[in-house]
Structures are given as structure tokens and as C-alpha cells.
Design a protein around this ligand. Structure first.
Ligand code: GLN
Length: 276
């Protein structure tokens, strides 16, 4: 019978072919198999016998399934969100969008989240702005179910409305009014871009891809933002690291002044659009 420590070591060696974070993945999957936190695992359970279910979890990861889909959860901006294959997995790099939005938002902000997915951006914002309320829209009914479950679980449902809307359809926002803050992490990957198998084969394509340059959704969404913002309002958009100039140009053409904020690796990741 192998110990937890030995099983993690073996799994990390095997997963190094699949993952840049093989040891971390193995620890997270082991903690999940045991139903304990990773810190509890590392501090108290390394000499225990390895649980029978661990091998099947490692098999899934070796076939490139993301750890967050295997465990069904992902931490984001201090929240633990439920996630599954119906929504994009929230990225640490997206936390700079929340930081920029918190800096731009009045305390009692009304917020619109375009392409809410798991609800990560909107729920992180509302969790940190007790007087704010918001609407999350998504074209995917599946994703909205995930977002609603997260809003319920986090006790934020009374300040959130989740609506199925597609910003490529005219009139999609006609009844929504105006907002103090608009946030969006739209699809922005170019169709032909090389992507890790764990992203390309598992995460929803509709949340990732946006035409030949990854700019299709910005081209549709940005010109609509002025009519959706209150006077003095701002929008914070996540962008691909190489898209700052192209998306800034779209924002300037729509009448916005633009500031760029970096992600955890120092790459351009969030654009703050203010009325100039
Ligand atoms: N940041 C995600 C990735 O790199 C893409 C998210 C998006 O297209 N909005 O996979």
C-alpha cells in the first residue's frame, strides 16, 4: 500500500508530461480525493495510505482535463467558485480586471458583466462592494446555471440578475438601462492560435474564440458601450496580451480614453475605458 506522499510523487512525475504545475496538480487532486484542504494534506496526511480514488483523478489529468473541472472548483479573488465544463475556468490573470473595476467603481455601483460565464468577475466585485448590484449576461444558458449556483452559494443572489443575452443580436440590451460600470472578459483568442490541449479540448469554444484575430467580440461590443454607461461611468475589459493597441484603437474610436493594467506576469491584460 503506497502512502499519500509516494502517490503524490509518482503522480507528479507522470503529470510532468502534461502539466507545467505537475506537483501542485497532484497535491490538489490528492486533497480532493481525501476531501481535505491542501494545507491539511501537506501538514498532517502525507504518511497516510493513499486513497483508492486518486489514480482515476490522475488518469483524467494525464488526459489533459483541467484540474478545476476534475475537482469542480476554482479559487478566484478570495472566492471559491464551482466550475465545470459549461463555463470557462476563472484565471488568476483575470483578477487584475476586478482590481481595476474596484478602483473605478462608486460604492453603490450598478454593474453589467458581459459574458459572465461562472460569474467570477461580477461575484468578486459584488463580494467586495456591499452596496453594489449587478446584471450578468451570457449567450450560454449552461454558463448562466453555473453563475446562478455560485451567486446562491456565495449569498450574493439578492444583488445579482443573470440574463441570457447575446450582444451580437440587435436590441439585446434595450431593456437593461445604464450602468456605472461595465466589465467583460469576452472571447478573444484567434481561431488558429496554438492552445494547450487542456484549454482547447475541454473549455467551451464559445468562451474562447473570436474570429481570425480574436477581435470580433470587441468590435461588436465596444461601440455599444457608450449607450450603456451612465455619465462618468467606466468599462473594464480583459484583453489578450498582444491586443492592447488594437482594442485601445476600437475604444478611442468609440470616444473613450484608455488605460492599460498588467496581469500577474506583467503582460497587458485589462483596459480601463473612461469617458474622455
Ligand atoms: N485567458 C484565456 C486563455 O488564455 C482566454 C479567455 C478569453 O478568451 N476570454 O485561455
Amino acid at each position: 500500500m503506497s502512502t499519500v506522499a509516494a502517490a503524490i510523487r509518482d503522480a507528479a512525475a507522470r503529470l510532468s508530461a502534461t502539466s507545467d504545475t505537475a506537483r501542485l496538480d497532484a497535491e490538489v487532486l490528492m486533497a480532493h480525493a481525501l476531501g481535505i484542504t491542501r494545507s491539511d494534506l501537506l501538514l498532517r496526511h502525507m504518511a497516510d495510505p493513499a486513497p483508492a480514488g486518486f489514480a482515476a483523478l490522475v488518469d483524467r489529468r494525464a488526459r489533459h482535463e483541467p484540474v478545476a473541472y476534475i475537482t469542480g472548483k476554482q479559487d478566484f479573488f478570495g472566492l471559491t467558485l464551482a466550475v465545470d465544463a459549461r463555463c470557462l475556468i476563472p484565471r488568476g490573470d483575470s483578477e487584475c480586471v476586478v482590481e481595476a473595476a474596484l478602483a473605478a467603481a462608486p460604492a453603490a455601483a450598478s454593474v453589467l458583466d458581459c459574458g459572465t460565464g461562472s460569474g467570477a468577475l461580477l461575484l468578486a466585485l459584488l463580494a467586495n462592494l456591499p452596496d453594489a448590484q449587478g446584471i450578468g449576461v451570457d449567450a450560454s444558458a449552461d454558463a448562466l446555471h453555473v453563475a446562478q449556483a455560485n451567486a446562491d452559494a456565495l449569498g450574493l443572489a439578492d444583488r445579482v440578475r443573470l440574463l441570457r443575452r447575446d450582444w451580437t443580436q440587435s436590441g439585446w440590451a434595450a431593456d437593461l438601462g445604464r450602468f456605472d460600470l461595465i466589465i467583460a472578459n469576452p472571447p478573444y483568442i484567434a481561431h488558429a492560435a496554438p492552445l494547450d490541449a487542456s484549454v482547447r479540448d475541454f473549455e467551451p469554444a464559445a468562451a474562447l474564440f473570436a474570429g481570425p484575430e480574436g477581435l470580433d467580440d470587441y468590435r461588436v461590443l465596444i461601440p455599444q458601450l457608450p449607450a450603456l454607461l451612465n455619465s462618468g461611468g467606466a468599462a473594464v475589459l480583459e484583453i489578450g496580451a498582444a491586443q492592447a493597441n488594437a482594442v485601445s484603437a476600437l475604444a478611442n474610436a468609440a470616444g473613450f480614453a484608455v488605460q492599460c493594467r498588467p496581469d500577474l506576469a506583467g503582460r497587458p491584460r485589462a483596459l480601463v475605458l473612461g469617458q474622455s
